[in-house]
Design a binder for this molecule. Structure first.
Ligand code: AMP
Length: 222
């Protein structure tokens, strides 16, 4: 399977799409946000620094990210295809990632650019609830993703929580940063002819669009 990079503003559904593709095809899902949140839990000096940056919607330094990515994609679970969610996030990361791939002799694969109307974005972020146990993403404003019982995960019965950075203030910073810093990556990958665009307003449709793109490219998903 081809490796995938998901590009989108936060709240567009990168995590939900990655989890669906993982469940259906067995991709390894690499979310740099999840990796960093796990690292923050250690609670040491670096962990607290990372938590503070995340809670305020500010980027963690490229060096920390590169090290985490290089380590993760070298692991055996990534050998059959992985999905990057939340990385690369700026041009320097995109260029750094190309160098890491060259060093490891791996293919970049396909870049999926997920678009979403602004009107849907706010509820996607403010309504998001994550499961503490299994990480499943819910949304109190979505018919499909709504918790059937308030505060309880539909998948495993674990407790749901709201991320500290899923508030309007941090969201504003994240969305502004995305359009200023992350969006230029779109052109970087467009020029390489590996960028495909999908609408992410309706997740079932989004998944089907991605499957169609991969099949048209002759990728061995089935
Ligand atoms: P996410 O879960 O992707 O929304 O990421 C949450 C937060 O983690 C971001 O707002 C950043 O503070 C940090 N983060 C995640 N991925 C990266 C990255 N590739 N580069 C820098 N910071 C990141």
């Amino acid at each position: 399977m081809k490796n995938l990079i998901l590009l989108a503003v936060q709240g567009a559904g990168k995590g939900t799409l990655a989890k669906a593709l993982k469940e259906k095809y067995g991709y390894e899902h690499i979310s740099t946000g999840d990796l960093l949140r796990e690292r923050a839990l250690v609670g040491d000096e670096l962990g607290m620094k990372i938590k503070n940056l995340i809670d305020n919607g500010i980027f963690v330094s490229n060096d920390i990210i590169f090290e985490a990515i290089e380590y993760k994609i070298s692991q055996p679970e990534c050998a059959n295809g992985y999905i990057l969610d939340g990385f690369p996030r700026n041009l320097e990361q995109a260029e750094g990632y190309s160098k890491i791939l060259e060093k490891l002799n791996k293919d970049l694969g396909v870049v999926i650019n997920m678009t979403i109307p602004d009107s849907l974005l706010i509820n996607r972020i403010i309504g998001r609830r994550m499961c503490k146990e299994c990480g499943a993403i819910h949304n109190i404003y979505s018919e499909e993703l709504k918790p059937l019982k308030e505060g309880i995960c539909n998948k495993c019965g674990g407790t749901l929580y709201q991320r500290d950075d899923d508030n309007e203030e941090a969201m504003k910073t994240r969305v502004e940063t995305y359009f200023k810093v992350t969006a230029p990556i779109i052109d970087y990958y467009k020029e390489q002819g590996i960028l495909y665009e999908v609408d992410s307003s309706d997740m079932k449709q989004t998944l089907m669009s991605v499957e169609e793109i991969l099949k048209n490219l002759g990728d061995k998903i089935d």
